[in-house]
Design a protein around this ligand. Structure first.
Ligand code: BGC
Length: 498
């Protein structure tokens, strides 16, 4: 048994060892075919709370982000909120005009749960919310743009949080009922469904460090419980779709997972592999690996830490039995959000509070000061990481179809956004290189379509291809230089020499 695990692990490290290291200059040379396949889908991404505004219009109920921004403005860098944001709820016509102008093949947006069920529960069903998204979907399709829908992008109904939110298993039934409503109303036209956006980015600050809403401070406990409940809810929604809707609707269901890629200056491939497991594998292994369950290394280490803390069992919930089987294989594609890379090294002393996810991970992450830096403190341009990550996913998860649902660059809002062009050029080249290496990547989406509310950074970090005039009530959109650049890629299927 141990020999087998060792062989599997060694195989994982070997794939990493064959890779390329980061050059630090934010460019990548083409490898093989120079154009994207004709059926490759290019698009852009947004999420409801970040662009829609109209936080209480037409019966919408409050989400944890509404409550957090209204009651704790000090937690947002510029004390702003998503009350109006880019006003997409009122001015979807402006979005549509820009989407047409960009010539995208798909548009990934999220549905606000509290527009559909203002209290989170079916008893509060709100037809006006359903009408809004019906109109968005119809207009997209009428213009030849495929809708790609995220069901949950952080904006949990406040009433569900009162019941414990993602730490209460009741959430699973609530989510599946909501998913059923979405499949029933929109599944005749929506063929690509993403259940959750970035569970780790939601659970860790929401139920671990308490930085983000719902501000539960229970690191190493609440965050793992949240992740386990997301896995279960995702799997339950997936199976509902397969049994009740697939035969008629023929769509596919996946989940958006995020991770950086990791490099080691000392060629510690085991550490690189372990870092990928802690960041991506925590959700990808239960769903997409052959064996299922949480990654072996996490199960072992977190159980050891938990016993040392005097507990009787692991803080990492068990995924054995019925749930393990339901979760394994519950994804038709892996939706990937990837922005940047880090160097990793082992930490000489235990890191972080006891207990905490950080202490379990126990790894120091750094960046190279030569890497091009975005406006966001956490974001550097390291395109080799995208190529390596796609290769890792190909080998680790049986070449599952990958839809890149987010990749992008922040600045302070320049229209001549040359660094965004440099970044996109190199990362899109990395995607093409990976396709040439046999990676099953079928779609790519820039985060973000338009400038929007960047969570606790407020409106200070701008990710959009389009600028939004946040001062005028009209919130007009204007294309940045990068929008023209991206349109050229979409039209020609080639990466221009700029
Ligand atoms: C999230 C987006 C966010 C983007 C940039 C992703 O992690 O899904 O909501 O705006 O990163 O920070």
């Amino acid at each position: 048994m141990w020999i087998l695990i060792l062989i599997i692990n060694v195989a994982g490290f070997l794939n990493i060892a064959e890779g390329i290291g980061p050059s630090g200059n934010c460019t990548l040379l083409p490898k093989g075919e120079r154009s994207f396949p004709q059926n490759f889908s290019f698009g852009v991404s947004t999420s409801a709370y970040q662009i829609e505004g109209s936080w209480n219009a037409d019966g919408k109920g409050p989400s944890i982000w509404d409550e957090f921004c209204h009651n704790h403005p000090d937690n947002i860098l510029d004390r702003t909120n998503g009350d109006i944001a880019a006003n997409s709820y009122r001015r979807f016509d402006l979005d549509l005009e820009a989407l047409r102008d960009l010539k995208v093949n798909h548009y990934r947006f999220s549905i606000s749960w509290t527009r559909i069920y203002p209290s989170g529960d079916i008893s509060s069903k709100n037809q006006k919310g359903i009408d809004y998204y019906n109109n968005v979907i119809n207009q997209l399709i009428a213009n030849g743009i495929q809708p790609m829908v995220t069901m949950f992008h952080y904006d949990l109904p406040i009433e569900l949080q009162k019941l414990g939110g993602l730490t209460n298993e009741l959430f699973i039934d609530q989510f599946v009922t909501y998913a059923d409503e979405l499949f029933k109303n929109f599944g005749d036209r929506v063929k690509t469904w993403i259940t959750f956006n970035e569970p780790v980015r939601f659970c860790k600050p929401g139920y671990g460090t308490g930085r983000d809403p719902p501000q539960i401070k229970a690191s190493g406990i609440g965050d793992y419980l949240c992740i386990a409940n997301i896995l279960k809810s995702h799997a339950a929604a997936y199976h509902l779709y397969r049994s009740k809707y697939f035969d008629e609707q023929h769509g596919k269901v996946g989940i958006s997972l995020d991770t950086s890629y990791f490099f080691s200056k000392s060629n510690d491939n085991e550490l690189v592999y372990r870092s990928l497991q802690y960041n991506l594998g925590i959700l990808a292994h239960p769903i997409y690996s052959k064996s299922g369950g949480f990654p072996e290394v996490m199960v072992k280490e977190i159980e050891r830490n938990s016993l040392q803390e005097g507990r009787l069992k692991s803080r990492l919930p068990s995924l054995e039995g019925k749930w393990k089987d339901l979760i394994r294989g519950s994804g038709d594609f892996l939706a990937l959000n990837h922005y940047t890379s880090k160097y990793v090294e082992r930490s000489p002393q235990p890191l972080g509070d006891n207990p905490s996810m950080q202490r379990d991970y126990d790894t120091i992450e750094t960046v190279d000061e030569n890497w091009l830096q975005a406006h966001s403190y956490w974001l550097n341009c390291v395109p080799e990481g995208m190529e390596m990550l796609l290769n890792f996913i190909r080998d680790e998860y049986n070449n599952i179809e990958v839809i890149i649902t987010e990749n992008g660059w922040s600045d302070s809002g320049e229209i001549e956004d040359n660094n965004r062009i440099v970044y996109l050029k190199s990362y899109i080249q990395a995607v093409l290189n990976a396709i040439n290496d046999g990676c099953n990547v079928t779609a790519y989406s820039v985060w973000s379509f338009i400038d929007n509310f960047e969570w606790i950074q407020g409106y200070t970090d701008k990710f959009g291809l389009y600028s939004v005039n946040m001062i005028s009530p009209e919130r007009q959109r204007s294309p940045k230089k990068s929008a023209r650049f991206y349109r050229q890629i979409i039209e020609t299927r080639k990466i221009p020499n700029v």
